[in-house]
Ligand binder design. Structure first.
Ligand SMILES: C[S@@+](CC[C@H](N)C(=O)[O-])C[C@H]1O[C@@H](n2cnc3c(N)ncnc32)[C@H](O)[C@@H]1O
Length: 238
């Protein structure tokens, strides 16, 4: 049934399913909750990005906007833009960001970023790219909106080289891409990026003695996952 033409005809398009799922996450407060989990792996990336005060930065899949707000403070003479496919995430992000004058949030899909070409000097995306329906098309559009010399930084915890996350695909309600570091790097190169590199970012935050969440079997499984580290892929336009 799943593959019949009738099922295909009634199935919502991928971006609609994503929007609806992440709207549910936003309404449940999960957008704000992700800051605690993602901050320890994001801080080392912010250092590697070497942001200058006048940089214009795009945060793709910004969720509730905690990282975009941090970026806006780091580029006081530039601009931070958070973009997300979920209108509810954008709503939450805007509501928590009224005090900023160099930060804005837009709803959009990464393969069709609603922005002019050659504008941003940096792009970062945290824990989002494995959800993109067409990662190759997303990277091509990121390349389009970056300026010459601009760089893209993608950070993910769900990738093929870490065996301790493969089961997440069955826990998530939307389709995901489980690619290896080399496969991501190849997508970067195919989109036009140069100096493509990948590395592991280890989460050095303390692990609990007892784990009660749904993503890992127990605390030992969580520790094994964290020891592998998150995957960071980067590349430069030009
Ligand atoms: C796991 S959340 C991470 C959110 C945020 N980066 C953080 O670290 O808190 C993934 C986010 O990516 C967004 N997203 C997924 N697919 C997207 C797409 N194709 N285009 C834009 N945003 C997308 C989701 O709506 C969601 O807010």
């Amino acid at each position: 049934m799943a593959d019949s033409s009738e099922a295909r005809a009634t199935k919502p398009p991928a971006d609609q399913a994503l929007r609806e799922e992440f709207n549910r996450w936003a309404e449940a407060g999960r957008g704000e909750g992700m800051e605690q989990d993602h901050l320890p792996i994001t801080l080392p990336v912010l250092e590697k990005m070497r942001l200058a005060p006048a940089d214009n930065v795009l945060d793709v899949g910004c969720g509730a906007g905690w990282l975009s707000r941090r970026l806006a403070k780091m580029v006081p003479e530039g601009r931070a833009v958070g973009m997300d496919i979920s209108d509810e995430m954008i709503h939450h992000a805007r509501r928590s960001s009224v005090d900023f004058d160099n930060l804005m949030f837009i709803r959009g899909e990464v393969a069709e970023i609603p922005w002019q070409p050659n504008f941003f000097s940096r792009m970062i995306s945290v824990e989002s790219s494995y959800y993109w329906p067409d990662p190759a098309a997303g990277l091509r559009d990121i390349f389009r909106v970056l300026n010459e010399g601009g760089s893209a930084w993608i950070l993910i915890n769900y990738y093929r080289d870490n065996p301790h996350c493969h089961h997440w695909g069955n826990l998530l309600a939307v389709p995901t891409h489980l690619l290896s570091a080399e496969e991501w790097a190849e997508l970067f190169r195919a989109a036009g990026f140069k100096n493509v590199a990948h590395e592991r970012i280890v989460d050095a935050s303390p692990s609990p003695e007892v784990y009660t969440g749904r993503w890992f079997r127990d605390a030992e499984h969580l520790r094994a996952f964290k020891a592998e580290g998150a995957l960071l892929i980067s590349g430069v336009k030009g």
